[in-house]
Design a protein around this ligand. Structure first.
Ligand SMILES: [Zn+2]
Length: 471
């Protein structure tokens, strides 16, 4: 069965034939993948601990000793798994992270049962096939394969499979760093939470490595007013006051800023793009950067947000009766903050931009509590891309997907990398799974992953970790 499917998939996909993947490792990865998909790990009805226990059992069977295998967490449902493959002590460990929880999925919305692993028409279907039980299975299969062949890495390899990346209040990475730092301490972190390779009709376009991410921040703007009867309006009106301030915000741009990662991104992309876009990308890399090139690129929402912190009004509420002057008007402003800047710094910028001392600007924290000030802690600016990480990657990508470029990037969304980065551990999102640009179904219905993509990604990750930790 396995072989027949592999052959069918090889015809569908691009890149060298799958003859260069290892059949036993593919079968193992598929079996772990199946098991994980069929363990419900949603916030509403699932149990992450069950997935951790199932994985621990496989690791034990593969020869990992109990002291190197920990299942731990803040409560019975949200236990994380940490396992260590010992290596030489000359370098500090590498930490691999993956979340076990998945986004909610309702049977009635899906064509297949989201918690049943279905292989059909060259795809694996099920909640978590893209985000990110495929990655969890691949990291597990890699560790087991290395253990079985008696590989002695140059440094310890730690794998942490964790809870509550998608939702819930027991984020496993945050909890482990806070309560068991010694178990997960590392020189750098590899996060598998993504795909890396964007493809078009199966043809790989580029290999993206996220080396940093923006920080999320919500702010609450409030105007209060004595109000009164709406038949006797006065110029001083809470809604007008807030609206005028929001107009000022809509016209404000945070300053242009590149960091080591986004600089590398535009260097690579200027070689992939053509024409004026490519020229503009080169022009913003100059000192000083070309202002007109910045303006032209900023018309693209993606480029616009790569080059600066952004803040945008996302919610609005005001007034209490149709026939009364408003006593209160409120807006929520959502910001995506460049690494190296603090939420409090952005709050102060907002106060300046809104330019109305009667508008209070408060911070809404991760728990939804409204606070008068925000955290002053600045996210670490991304470190220069580490050659220990990038060099073996470039070599391997050239072998497995000849002709495509490795592009460093800053993630627009937030992942668990935000916690490891926040404590100063350089974190790279590297996955090696190809997903067509019109097949992004993470969090969506009928989530699926190409069969060939999965097996190739599995082979890639094994070879990459081996190259990364070779003596
Ligand atoms: Zn994810």
């Amino acid at each position: 069965m396995q072989w027949r499917l592999l052959a069918a998939a090889a015809v569908l996909g691009a890149g060298p034939a799958l003859a260069d993947t290892d059949a036993a490792s593919s079968a193992l990865a598929r079996d772990i993948f199946r098991e994980l998909i069929e363990i419900n790990t949603t916030e509403s009805a699932g149990r992450v601990t069950s997935a951790s226990e199932a994985m621990a059992q496989r690791l034990r069977a593969a020869g990992f000793a109990d002291p190197d295998l920990q299942i731990l967490g803040p409560n019975d449902r949200k236990k994380n798994l940490v396992v260590r493959l010992h290596g030489g002590g000359r370098h500090r460990p590498v930490l691999l992270i993956g979340h076990l929880d998945v986004v909610e999925a309702r049977r009635e919305d899906w064509t297949t049962d989201p918690f049943r692993f279905v292989e059909q028409d060259g795809y694996f279907y099920g909640r978590g096939t893209q985000d990110m039980k495929s990655g969890d299975a691949i990291m597990m299969a890699t560790l087991i394969r290395l253990k079985k062949e008696g590989f002695h890495p140059s440094r310890d390899i730690i794998l942490a499979l964790t809870a509550d990346e998608e939702s819930g209040s027991s984020n496993g990475v945050e909890w482990l760093l806070k309560n068991h730092r010694e178990l997960v301490d590392a020189e750098f972190v590899l996060n598998h939470d993504g795909n890396s390779i964007t493809s078009d009709h199966g043809k790989p376009l580029f290999f993206e490595v996220d080396g940093t991410e923006k920080v999320y921040g919500d702010y609450l703007l409030t105007v209060t007013n004595p109000g009164g009867h709406s038949s006797l309006p006065v110029p001083d009106n809470a809604i007008y006051q807030l609206a005028a301030a929001l107009t000022r915000l809509s016209q404000y741009e945070f300053p242009f800023e590149l960091n080591s990662v986004t600089r590398g991104y535009y260097e690579s992309m200027s070689g992939i793009e053509t024409g004026e876009r490519a020229a503009d990308m080169r022009a913003i890399l100059q000192t000083p950067p070309d202002a007109q090139a910045i303006a032209r690129l900023s018309r693209d929402p993606v480029d616009h947000s790569i080059m600066r912190t952004t803040c945008v009004a996302t919610r609005l509420v005001g007034g209490h009766a149709n026939n009364a002057l408003p006593q209160r008007a409120q807006a929520t402003v959502n910001c995506r903050i460049l690494p190296g800047h603090s939420p409090e710094e952005v709050r102060r910028t907002l106060i300046g931009v809104l330019a109305d001392s009667r508008i209070s600007v408060q911070y809404i924290d991760d728990q939804g509590e409204v606070r008068d000030t925000a955290s002053d802690r600045r996210g670490y600016p991304p470190p220069p891309l580490d050659p220990q990480v990038m060099k073996p990657l470039g070599k391997l990508v050239a072998q497995m997907w000849p002709g495509i470029k490795v592009v460093p990037a800053m993630s627009a969304g937030a992942s668990d990398g935000v916690y490891t980065s926040a404590v100063g551990l350089p974190t790279y999102l590297i996955a090696g799974i190809a997903i067509d640009k019109d097949n992004l179904r993470a969090h969506g219905r009928d989530e699926r992953l190409g069969v060939e993509s999965f097996y190739r990604g599995n082979e890639f990750f094994y070879r990459y970790i081996k190259a990364l930790t070779a003596h």
